[in-house]
Design a binder for this molecule. Sequence first.
Ligand code: PMP
Ligand code: GLN
Length: 386
Amino acid sequence: MHFTSGLKSKLPHIGTTIFTRMSKLAEEHRALNLSQGFPEFDCSPDLQRLVDKYIRSGKNQYAPMAGVMPLREAIAKKTFELTGREYHPETEVTITSGATEALYVAITTVVNPGDEVIVFEPAYDSYVPAIELSGGIPVFVTLDPQYDSIDWQLVATKITKKTVAILVNTPHNPTGNVFTASDIQSLAKLAEDHNLYVISDEVYEHIIFDGRAHVSAASIPSLASRTFLCGSFGKTFHTTGWKLGYFLAPAALTAEFRKIHQFLVFSVVTPFQFAVAEYLSEPEHYLRLSDFYQQKRDLFLKAVEGIGFITKPSGGTFFQNLSYQNLSDENDVALAERLTREFKVASIPVSAFYSQTVDYKTLRFCFAKNDDTLLKGAEYLQGVIW
Ligand code: PMP
Ligand code: GLN
């Protein structure tokens, strides 16, 4: 008998991610790919040698479910040095398959059917599907991509009896905004007043500009005690393809997190964990990253000067938004596609980060690229016929 699929989609409104679509379009049209966020340059040869060393020395079987101990210890040490918060490597540090897995498991751990989660948008694309797959309801605080500050009183008005958690991301993809000390205090107070969990996406913790400091949710004890903190080495070591991330939370929360993590992936790639553990012993390897990327941001911003974009320099991440509202009325998706096809430079339309159809006439450009790629991208943008 002919098989007819009666499969009921769990994500009926979701298609293939914008990052996949724009990277594919860039490839098809041989355009410079400033869309999906990944470095054009390779990770350090020292780090590559470490992976090689551990592969050759037989570290090729399952890692412990929570991750290899040297890496858990190295993360605990780094976090203590940077935030003052002690996470116990045995019970409070877990190695994950990228931050994506950490976020997915954290959301699944916290959210039950009917629960509401406060989400700031523009939002990274994996948050909302994860909330919905657990039967949760995202409640949006909608911000303009060029927003200056968060109105925490407005955030408070979104909280109901059903709110279980608030999801934050600093430095923020795609706006490049970063939390100030006052933001993190407001978040801590809000979470405490309303007894909420906090899911904190800090994957760009080491890419922050103009002398700002990353304010981690781990840095305030009352906040850390209710926070599911998600990090990634993909951004920090130019290794997005390794999908190596981590998760920090107090022991009781971690215990619940691990119940799900163990059945999603069980454990993650062993020799890479040992390699990153050893590489982390030298703080220069992550503390220099902000300067490296700030130069790239500045190079790109200078090279697009004079075109007529409205720009607000990115405060962190490796993304720069350019608003073309003074140049064209064209819809951002149509423009991003046209620039890729006709002018050979791919970007991400910022509307893709919103739940409703919006168009702020803004494109996101990834500047984790070689300088000549950035200059060429800017030159192509200089030639655009609007
Ligand atoms: N959160 C944000 C804000 C990101 O930009 C990314 C990057 N891809 C992730 C999470 C996922 O990180 P990973 O690649 O480690 O899964
Ligand atoms: N974080 C990357 C970005 O924002 C994309 C990661 C992915 O493709 N899933 O561009």
